[in-house]
Design a protein around this ligand. Structure first.
Ligand SMILES: [Fe+2]
Length: 160
């Protein structure tokens, strides 16, 4: 069957599924690290904008926590293994961990950069899914990528 035809999970070839699942596991890893980054900043942010920043960081980590699950469960729908090992996720992630010691502006710019990084990873995953005709995975990755770019804007708007 032509790889580029529209495919559902069951009809995507085994090799294509492995490639898509690898891209999805990378997306999960970066989403997980960014979840913790946002919650870490939610806890440790200080300054006159404490209230709204504390709230915004919470909105972000709550969104990301649900997204981890959606992405990982898409891997399962494709018959793959969802890698939930934290040490491997941190090692694979292009978003780095943070110790939470930073001023509010540094937290905002660090988290905005993380959003752009995850958006790029998801755009790459969407392209891999598209190349194999897996439009349903492509749609999920596009939706998540758009959400991360929205958060990048929300965060960056604070910095003028
Ligand atoms: Fe809290």
């Amino acid at each position: 069957m032509d790889e580029k035809m529209t495919q559902t999970a069951a009809s995507v070839s085994i090799d294509a599924r492995a490639e898509i699942c690898q891209a999805l596991n990378q997306s999960v890893a970066e989403t997980v690290v960014t979840t913790m980054l946002a919650q870490n900043f939610h806890w440790n942010v200080t300054g006159m904008a404490f209230g709204p920043l504390h709230e915004m960081f919470q909105k972000i980590y709550e969104d990301h926590f649900e997204a981890q699950d959606e992405l990982a469960e898409r891997i399962k729908a494709l018959g793959g293994h969802a890698n939930g090992k934290l040490s491997e996720m941190v090692a694979a992630s292009k978003v780095a961990e943070h110790d939470g010691h930073a001023d509010d502006k540094t937290m905002i710019s660090t988290l905005a950069d993380a959003q752009r990084t995850v958006a790029a990873t998801l755009a790459g995953a969407a392209a891999i899914a598209e190349a194999h005709g897996d439009l349903l995975t492509q749609d999920l990755c596009i939706e998540r990528g758009q959400t991360h770019e929205k958060f990048a804007w929300l965060l960056s708007a604070h910095l003028g």
